[in-house]
Design a protein around this ligand. Structure first.
Ligand SMILES: CC(C)(COP(=O)(O)OP(=O)(O)OC[C@H]1O[C@@H](n2cnc3c(N)ncnc32)[C@H](O)[C@@H]1OP(=O)(O)O)[C@@H](O)C(=O)NCCC(=O)NCCS
Length: 151
């Protein structure tokens, strides 16, 4: 498995769409993003788009190909982003996910992120309405991981 930084225009859209079904939304952040690509035998298996603003890195998109999920690849990619943030002397990694995204909430908290806030009604106007795990996705849960330089 290899993790490397690639040009944003080389990012695999099929993988980005797994985490963010809106092409318009992807286009709004992709070209300002640092893009990490995970490959196995040269085949793309995971991607993440991270926007840096000041001392803060925001994970805008992270996705592992369906057939490669639950094998620790997402966790390794998060560790790589943490190491990148530490080397870049950033303070915080932020990410936002839906209240109904129970898998992602588990994944981020197991990766050391803490819940820092909620933007209520963030998804209220989304049509069609989004349901996951039998729950309407309506609020955005904000999570953060503090970078500790000697970690
Ligand atoms: C969320 C996602 C990136 C996780 O990547 P992954 O490679 O499948 O996750 P990992 O195998 O590295 O799992 C890391 C930890 O999260 C936990 N986790 C992963 N999927 C989980 C699930 N469905 N339910 C509960 N916990 C889960 C694992 O148990 C693991 O914990 P452990 O270290 O105690 O074993 C991946 O499933 C994905 O791409 N999903 C679709 C796109 C998406 O939703 N992206 C996030 C948008 S906010």
């Amino acid at each position: 498995m290899e993790i490397k930084c690639i040009d944003s225009d080389q990012a695999p859209l099929d993988l980005l769409l797994l985490a963010d079904p809106s092409r318009e939304s992807i286009a709004s952040y992709l070209h300002n993003s640092v893009v990490f690509l995970v490959t196995i035998e040269s085949k793309p298996v995971a991607v993440s788009a991270v926007v840096i603003e000041g001392k803060v890195a925001e994970i805008k998109n992270i996705a592992v190909a369906t057939e490669h999920q639950h094998r620790g690849i997402g966790k390794k990619l998060i560790e790589h982003i943490k190491s990148f943030a530490r080397k870049s002397q950033l303070d915080i990694i932020k990410v936002g996910t839906g209240n109904s995204s129970l898998q992602q909430l588990s994944f981020y908290q197991k990766s050391g992120f803490r819940i820092k806030g909620v933007i209520t009604d963030y998804f209220e106007h989304y049509r069609p309405e989004i349901y996951e795990n039998g729950i309407r996705c309506i609020d955005m849960i904000l999570l953060e991981h503090k970078i500790i330089s000697n970690e």
